[in-house]
Design a protein around this ligand. Structure first.
Ligand SMILES: C[S@@+](CC[C@H](N)C(=O)[O-])C[C@H]1O[C@@H](n2cnc3c(N)ncnc32)[C@H](O)[C@@H]1O
Length: 271
């Protein structure tokens, strides 16, 4: 299971659940984006790096039986989970393809849209992915990206020094695994050289309080990634406890604020 072993965030049950929470937190933003971009009944959508398929399933329900979603994913664990969900919901319009976006060709299809969220940060060569995407997207089809644009925006107010150190460990470990956290940063150039025209670019960044649902998104990431950093030998138990303690104090302070990592929403048309 090379894909499962190599992926820096892991594909274990806790990560599967975290991705579900992350999707539910982001769902209103995502549904609004898809609707504005024109995803509707009967459309065909290519879902790149679909994970366990949380967005895939929403897309499948939106496009309905006359539409189709082609979901591409490398992890066997995530592919299995996605298949189970589709069966449980009797979704016959999802085609799941186990492949590696770096080493395999993308399946050709009459796609109206492509959806790519939090994938560019984890692939070794985003330029190759955008080149392949350009090769399979028909003229006038639309590619939609939700990718980090400036991960260092993520911090708390009052500031938490340990969380900022944690954030730096995150950035460094993603880079060590061959990715680049700010996956959206290279997109304007890559889209230009691969026959895409940017139709809109929207920063998605939030300032949230402990009782906001969105607070749970970065908070659960901290909980999941601390043991991962310990396994990698980057931090010790003491540092992990300090980060957890600081997060708990912020959660107990109704005046605490968290600025989320900036996600860039980019909608581009294939020329
Ligand atoms: C942070 S998850 C995001 C999943 C999904 N797009 C979402 O928004 O919930 C990143 C996904 O990209 C997949 N991935 C990373 N590198 C890949 C590659 N080279 N080929 C295929 N999938 C890859 C991972 O297995 C994981 O499912």
């Amino acid at each position: 299971m090379a894909g499962d072993r190599d992926y820096v965030l892991g594909t274990h049950e806790e990560e599967l659940a975290r991705l579900g929470l992350q999707h539910r937190v982001w769902r209103p933003v995502v549904l609004d984006c898809w609707q504005k971009a024109g995803i509707t009944v009967g459309k065909h959508v290519l879902d790149l790096g679909a994970g366990p398929g949380y967005a895939t399933v929403d897309l499948a329900e939106i496009v309905g039986p006359t539409g189709q979603i082609v979901a591409l994913e490398r992890s066997k664990n995530f592919i299995h989970a996605m298949g189970e969900t589709c069966r449980a919901r009797s979704l016959a319009n999802v085609k799941i393809r186990e492949l590696d976006l770096m080493t395999d060709e993308l399946p050709k299809g009459d796609y109206d849209f492509a959806w790519c969220r939090w994938v560019l940060s984890f692939v070794s060569d985003p330029s190759s992915l955008i080149r392949k995407l350009s090769g399979v997207m028909p003229k006038r089809s639309i590619a939609i990206f939700h990718e980090y644009g400036h991960y260092e925006t993520w911090h708390f107010l009052p500031r938490l020094t340990n969380q900022e150190k944690f954030r730096e460990h995150v950035i460094e470990t993603w880079r060590e695994s061959g990715g680049e956290p700010d996956g959206a940063a290279g997109l304007p150039g890559l889209l230009s050289t691969n026959d895409f025209a940017i139709r809109s670019a929207t920063p998605q960044i939030f300032c949230v309080r402990p009782n906001d649902y969105m607070w749970q998104w970065p908070a659960t990431f901290i909980e999941i990634y601390l043991p991962r950093l310990m396994e990698m030998g980057r931090i010790d138990q003491n540092f992990a406890d300090e980060v957890r303690g600081d997060l708990a104090s912020a959660e107990a302070n109704p005046n605490a604020l968290m600025i989320t990592p900036l996600v860039l929403e980019i909608v581009a048309e294939k020329l």
